[in-house]
Design a protein around this ligand. Structure first.
Ligand code: SF4
Length: 487
């Protein structure tokens, strides 16, 4: 399990954990979890401690989780999997959740309206636990598909679930819109699933055995029986485009679309739109690591070198997925501009996206003061992020976003891009148009969620939260939309 979690550590670094099932142990389900990276929680740098932990958590089946917070506190109480013990084995379960319920405020209010009800945490994971628990308390023997049918009617948003009960039954479900990815593989008696294919590939499953779980379906492993069944119709898809552009591991393929090839095509789109005259002193510099594929392909198309003008400190983590308090400090210690590469050059700096601009501002400041580049032209392999996400990426207010104040009537004009460049301290800045995204991933735009680019949300609760966010911006409130919706 730690091996798989390491491969998807990019998806969250706040906490890590696993639950394992062993029929020969009195603690049928045993959960290990804590705040920290996979290496820290599983003590991977201490052989004795790691082996002892693994011995205590041996099992014939296991689920694991790495946490990235879009709501709730950053302490151990929010680490997953979330286990709910019970005297009846079918009602004793543990689960990990990937996504975010956009109608969480309503679900929370409904629960709290009940006599004597209390929620110990301020997030949707506990609400999901109660929804599953309620169904099981009505009928502990219910088929997992009926359980998922019942809960899916109540959920609005992104919700992939991996669940394990004290009978050893495992359920892996993907929400009907397929907002977040879910891949699985079978090889002989082995069955595994993960948010990203890279975790399955590195576990030894051959590429051709790895498949995407269809939205609205579940993989159920019960003893030696394995089945995939539909629990909800899936008339439309809304795969999060941001997975391919930034969030996912570059080695992954999700819904049959390679992350690497998508980023490479985004770089080609940037090259096609480039207008500056390149000369012998023009170089492309990627902001490592997520922009490298786009930068390299852009440079190749422009017939200029792509060089490492920024060296990333590999131990400082990913700024975007850390808590806001440490974001700027981390950005400051994250990159070192290389003077011997940048001095006197006209630099085309390629970044995968700009959300809040924390990293970009710090970076340009450091490149100006240490690198001595002649010019810096920023190119973004993504359109401007103009609206919040309510489906699992931590950007939940309009005010925290960089681009909206520059885009009058939502339009990305040359003047708007020039003003953004001036604000960042760049000589010029260019984004990709929205159409480039679907073209590069290889989906029709109607099959993608691009709500943070367009303000058009694929679910009613997302749409409602957006209207609320617009109201907060107009009213000068800077809180997470999601957390105020129920107030
Ligand atoms: S709003 Fe943006 S980040 Fe959120 S799921 Fe949709 S595309 Fe992804």
């Amino acid at each position: 399990m730690p091996r798989m979690l390491l491969d998807i550590q990019n998806r969250g670094q706040l906490s890590a954990g696993m639950t394992a099932w062993s029929p020969g142990r009195s603690q049928l389900l045993a959960t290990l979890k804590d705040v920290g990276s996979v290496t820290e929680v599983f003590r991977l740098s201490h052989r004795g401690k790691y082996e002892s932990l693994m011995e205590q958590h041996l099992g014939r089946a296991a689920i694991g989780h790495v946490r990235y917070a879009t709501c709730g506190a950053e302490d151990r109480g929010y680490a997953q999997p979330l286990e709910r013990p019970h005297i009846q084995k079918r009602k004793w379960f543990s689960f990990g959740f990937n996504g975010q319920l956009a109608n969480y405020p309503e679900l929370r209010s409904e629960i709290l309206a009940g006599d004597d009800n209390h929620l110990a945490r301020d997030n949707d994971t506990e609400v999901i636990m109660h929804a599953i628990g309620n169904e099981l308390s009505r009928n502990a023997e219910m088929d997992p598909i009926d359980l998922l049918k019942a809960i899916s009617k109540r959920f609005d948003g992104a919700w992939n679930i991996a669940m394990l009960d004290a009978c050893g039954r495992m359920i892996v479900a993907r929400d009907p819109l397929g907002i977040r990815p879910m891949e699985y593989a079978r090889l002989g008696p082995l069955v595994a699933a993960a948010s990203e294919s890279v975790a399955l590939l590195n576990l030894g499953f051959p590429t051709e055995s790895i498949r995407s779980l269809e939205p609205g379906t579940a993989l159920i492993i019960d003893g030696d029986k394995v089945r995939i069944e539909r629990f909800a119709e899936s008339p439309k898809r809304a795969h999060c485009f941001f997975e391919w552009i930034y969030f996912a591991n570059v080695a992954s393929t999700m819904d049959d679309r390679s992350v690497y090839l998508t980023r490479k095509r985004l770089g080609e789109e940037l090259a096609r739109l480039e207008t500056i005259q390149v000369d012998a002193d023009t170089v492309v510099v990627p902001v490592p690591d997520t922009s490298k594929a786009a930068a390299d392909s852009m440079a190749y198309r422009l017939s200029i070198p792509s060089v490492e003008g920024l060296i990333r400190n590999r131990y400082s983590g990913r700024t975007f997925i850390d808590g806001a308090s440490s974001r700027r400090q981390k950005a400051e210690s994250k990159y070192t501009p290389l003077r011997e590469v940048l001095e006197g050059k006209r630099v085309i700096l390629v970044e995968d996206s700009i959300v809040r601009s924390t990293t970009m501002k710090v970076l340009l400041g450091r490149m100006r003061s240490l690198g001595l580049a002649r010019e810096i032209h920023v190119r973004i392999a993504c359109p401007p992020i103009v609206a919040p996400c309510f489906y699992g990426i931590d950007m939940s207010t309009i005010d925290e976003l960089f681009a909206p104040p520059f885009m009058r009537d939502g339009l990305l004009t040359e003047e708007a891009q020039a003003a953004m460049a001036a604000k960042l301290g760049a000589d010029s800045l260019r984004y990709l148009p929205v159409e480039s995204v679907a073209r590069s991933i290889g989906f029709d735009a109607s099959e993608l969620c691009q709500a943070c680019l367009t303000g058009q949300y694929p679910t009613p609760a997302g749409e409602r939260l957006y209207q609320l966010a617009i109201g907060h911006t107009a009213g000068g409130e800077a809180c997470r939309t999601y957390e105020t919706a129920g107030r």
